[in-house]
Design a protein around this ligand. Structure first.
Ligand SMILES: Nc1ncnc2c1ncn2[C@@H]1O[C@H](COP(=O)(O)OP(=O)(O)O)[C@@H](O)[C@H]1O
Ligand SMILES: [Mg+2]
Length: 337
C-alpha cells in the first residue's frame, strides 16, 4: 500500500519550472530516499506533500487522504523536518518543543512525557535547557527531528536531514531513522548525498529537472546496470593497432561488454563483466595473446554508476552546476545521450 502517492505534479515559480510531471509512490513502512542534485525539485515536492505549498496541477494523496482537499488532517498525521529552520534564539529547546506540542493540541501531561522521552532518545538532556542560539548544527537538527516526532506521526518527511553535519551527528540521525522504520513509521527523506541514500534507503527515486527519472530498490537500480565493473592494467600499448588487438581479445570473451580503453588515468581498460567464470577466462586469453596483466580490480556497480547512467552526469558535476547554468547542463545532457 502506498502511504504517499504523487501524480503528475507541476509547479512553477514565475518563469522557473520546479516540477514537471513528478509522479512518486512511497510504500507503507519503507525508508524512502529521494535523491537529486540541488535545484532538482526535492524541497518543492516535499513541501507540496506536506501541504505547505499548492501545486499548479496534479494529485496528492497522503495516508489515504486527498491532501489538496484535506490539508489539516494530513498535517496531523505527518511530521515534517524542513531543510532550514530558523530557530528562535532566545527560547530553550525544551520551550520550543513545548510550544510545538501546544500547536498540536497535546494535553500538557502527555506533552511533557513525550518531550522527556524524545530528550532521552535523541540524547539532548545536557543542552536542551540552553538557549537555541547557542546550539551547534547537529543539536539544531536533533531538535528539529524531535519537533517533527512530537505528535507521533505515522509518516516522517525530512528534507536533507544531515546536510552540513559532522560524521558523528549524521550517524546519530541515521540510527534514529532506522529505529523509526523498524517501529513501523514510514520515513521519506531527500538527499543529494548518494552515500546517504545507499546507507539508509530500502527504496529510492532519482529526481532531476522536476521529474522522477528512475526508481526502485538500490539493488534493482544497480542491477539494471548489468554486471561488475572491472578495471585491468596492462603494459602500455606501443600503437593503435596493438590497443585494438587487446580490445578485440577482450570483446570476444563471453560475458564481457563495454570495453573502454582509458589512457588518461594510467593505462587501463574498463569493462563490464557478467558472471563468475569471466575473470579466469580473461586472464587466460590475455596470456595467450601475450599481453601482460599488471593489476585487476573488480567492483559491484555503485549508486554513482546508476546516477551517471540515468542523468548522464556524475553527482559531482551536478553539484557544480547552479540554477544559472541550466543551459549548459541541457547542452551537456544532449551530447551525452
Ligand atoms: N521560492 C522560490 N522562488 C523561485 N524559484 C524557486 C523557489 N523555490 C525553488 N525555486 C527554484 O525551483 C527549482 C527547484 O528548487 P527546489 O525544490 O528547492 O530543489 P531542491 O530542493 O532539489 O534543491 C530550482 O530551480 C529553484 O531555484
Ligand atoms: Mg532542497
Amino acid at each position: 500500500m502506498s502511504v504517499i502517492h504523487l501524480e503528475e505534479l507541476e509547479k512553477s515559480y514565475g518563469d522557473v519550472k520546479a516540477l514537471s510531471g513528478l509522479t512518486l509512490d512511497v510504500p507503507s513502512g519503507s525508508l524512502f530516499g529521494l535523491l537529486g542534485p540541488n535545484g532538482a525539485g526535492k524541497t518543492t515536492a516535499l513541501r507540496i506533500l506536506c501541504t505547505l505549498l499548492e501545486p499548479d496541477s496534479g494529485n496528492v494523496t497522503v495516508l489515504g487522504l486527498d491532501a489538496l482537499k484535506d490539508p489539516c488532517e494530513v498535517r496531523k498525521k505527518l511530521g515534517y523536518v524542513a531543510q532550514e529552520v530558523a530557530l528562535d534564539k532566545i527560547l530553550s529547546g525544551r520551550e520550543l518543543l513545548q510550544l510545538q506540542g501546544d500547536l498540536y493540541h497535546l494535553r500538557s501531561i502527555e506533552r511533557n512525557a513525550r518531550i522527556a522521552e524524545l530528550i532521552e532518545r535523541l540524547e539532548m538532556g545536557s543542552w536542551i535547557d540552553r538557549r537555541c542560539g547557542t546550539y551547534s548544527g547537529g543539536m539544531r537538527r536533533r531538535l528539529d527531528l524531535a519537533a517533527g516526532l512530537l505528535h507521533q506521526p505515522q509518516l516522517l518527511v525530512l528534507d536533507e536531514p544531515t546536510v552540513g553535519l559532522d560524521i558523528e551527528s549524521r550517524g546519530k540521525i541515521w540510527q534514529i531513522l532506522r529505529e523509526l522504520r523498524s517501529q513501523g513509521t514510514t520515513v521519506l527523506l531527500s538527499s543529494h548525498y548518494l552515500e546517504e541514500v545507499e546507507a539508509l534507503a530500502d527504496r529510492m527515486a532519482i529526481i532531476d529537472d522536476g521529474r522522477v527519472i528512475a526508481q526502485g530498490t538500490p539493488g534493482q537500480l544497480k542491477q539494471n546496470l548489468g554486471g561488475d565493473r572491472v578495471t585491468i592494467r596492462v603494459r602500455e600499448f606501443s600503437d593503435e593497432i596493438e590497443s585494438e588487438q587487446v580490445r578485440r581479445v577482450l570483446e570476444s570473451i563471453e560475458g564481457v561488454s563495454q570495453v573502454v580503453v582509458n589512457r588518461s588515468q594510467g593505462f587501463s581498460l574498463n569493462l563490464v563483466v557478467e558472471g563468475e567464470k569471466v575473470l579466469p577466462k580473461l586472464r587466460e586469453e590475455l596470456q595467450k595473446a601475450q599481453f601482460e596483466l599488471f593489476a585487476l580490480t573488480q567492483s559491484r556497480p555503485s549508486l554513482d554508476d546508476v546516477y551517471l547512467q540515468v542523468t548522464g552526469k556524475t553527482l559531482m558535476d551536478a553539484e557544480l552546476e547552479t540554477a544559472g547554468q541550466r543551459d549548459t547542463k541541457l547542452e551537456r545532457k544532449k551530447t551525452m545521450r
